[in-house]
Design a protein around this ligand. Sequence first.
Ligand SMILES: Cc1cc2nc3c(=O)[nH]c(=O)nc-3n(C[C@H](O)[C@H](O)[C@H](O)COP(=O)(O)OP(=O)(O)OC[C@H]3O[C@@H](n4cnc5c(N)ncnc54)[C@H](O)[C@@H]3O)c2cc1C
Length: 447
Amino acid sequence: MRRALVLFNQAMRWHDNLLLSEQAEFDQLIAVVVLNPDDYLGRQYGIQRASIQRLQAQLKLLLNWQQQWQQKQQVLHIRIGPTDLCLQQLAQLYGADTLIAAEPTAPEQYQQLLQSGLKLKLFDINSLLQHQLRPDLATLPKSFSAFRREREPDLWVQPPEQHAVTTQFHADPSLAVDTTALDFINRYHQPTAALFNEAAGLERLMQFIWHHQAVIDYKQNRNALDGDWNSSLWSFYLANGTLSPCYTWQQVLVFEQKQVANESTYWLRFELLWREYFRWQMRQHGRAWFSKNAFRPPLDFSSPQADPRFELWCKGETGLPFVDANLRMLLHTGWMSNRGRQNVASYLIFELQQDWRLGAAFFEQHLLDYDCASNWCNWAYIAGVGNSSARQFNQIKQALTYDPDGDFVRHWLPGKMATGSSVHQPEPQVPIQEFWLPFLQQLKVSL
Ligand SMILES: Cc1cc2nc3c(=O)[nH]c(=O)nc-3n(C[C@H](O)[C@H](O)[C@H](O)COP(=O)(O)OP(=O)(O)OC[C@H]3O[C@@H](n4cnc5c(N)ncnc54)[C@H](O)[C@@H]3O)c2cc1C
């Protein structure tokens, strides 16, 4: 009897999921998810990999996925420990020799699958460019624009095929959770944690495109710092694999065909292409992305050194209100707008002169939509390492544009009494940058 494990990490969804389909070469399939505590509680550059909120959200997602299997009278195994060892043990228990899984982009995750020693059968279910559209890494265009020009014409994707869940899944229910997993769950499970599961992701997709039709004004609104309908908030679900990017893309196309196609609807797909671009960039250069100058030689993986300015930045206490407010939002909610991310990153790298990898590690810790490729490649992009030249932002100009009345800053820094845009005035300890000066002169109190 031939058996394979099916790993549902980054694949906890029923729609557009090849991992659920029939695998003719096997008699039985064993469903499992693994949570590797090191990916959350381990440290990089002295920074914990994940906040307790991110760990709890992941744990809640796993348990919710297991419940969904139970409701279908099926068994999903949960294992908590080093991914390779957990998979080896389960494979031994069931006599499986193959691992079926979603193809990761993070080099570390890929390594963990390889180390299991099982034969790998990977499906790239979280990329837009799948199957015959899969790019050749050797000839991957360097810049986003070239990548987009080359790949966009291919992406009139068909509706993703619906795969009936195969009847090959089999398990001994008594093995669903082992004692290590139970101990961990008892310790960290928090019922009130955020739940970014498939149902919530599909609901958000429908609401944003069809019910609120927020997609029609996306381009004008996407740079807002907060707000329920200014951007899609699909990142949580795309990052954890509960929402299929092909289905998402295709829903935007259907909306364009049936309702409205404008610059905004196009721009949403444009942003999904950024995600795609970084996925393939991450796969092309792998671990080299974590070097000081990303993949530019010579590779330097030595740990970056932080100074007290980094600690203040992490707490949202730099004294530059626009930066601090965005960071406080991240600390409180686990999310920050794209505009906020760009500004705080630029400030850390260029004004505070810190190694970009410290900021990336801090974002990895706190972002509930953390995605290895999107996070590390965006940081490298702003720092100007890797494929891009540096992108420095003028925080005062940006504050005037995106928070003209200062309401966002006053919301996240409630101690600030200044009215109008004058709330963006840097505190006395902040060295004034010359390129801020014309914009500092425009700060006004409200009348
Ligand atoms: C320094 C920095 C770090 C980031 N870290 C992450 C991260 O860990 N995880 C993550 O998902 N995104 C990351 N982003 C990209 C972007 O900020 C978020 O995807 C976006 O803000 C999420 O909100 P949304 O879903 O409402 O986005 P929308 O504006 O509605 O965009 C739709 C989708 O397109 C994709 N997307 C949009 N912008 C980008 C981008 N610049 N790069 C890659 N994909 C994009 C996302 O999947 C997003 O959900 C980062 C950006 C920066 C500048």
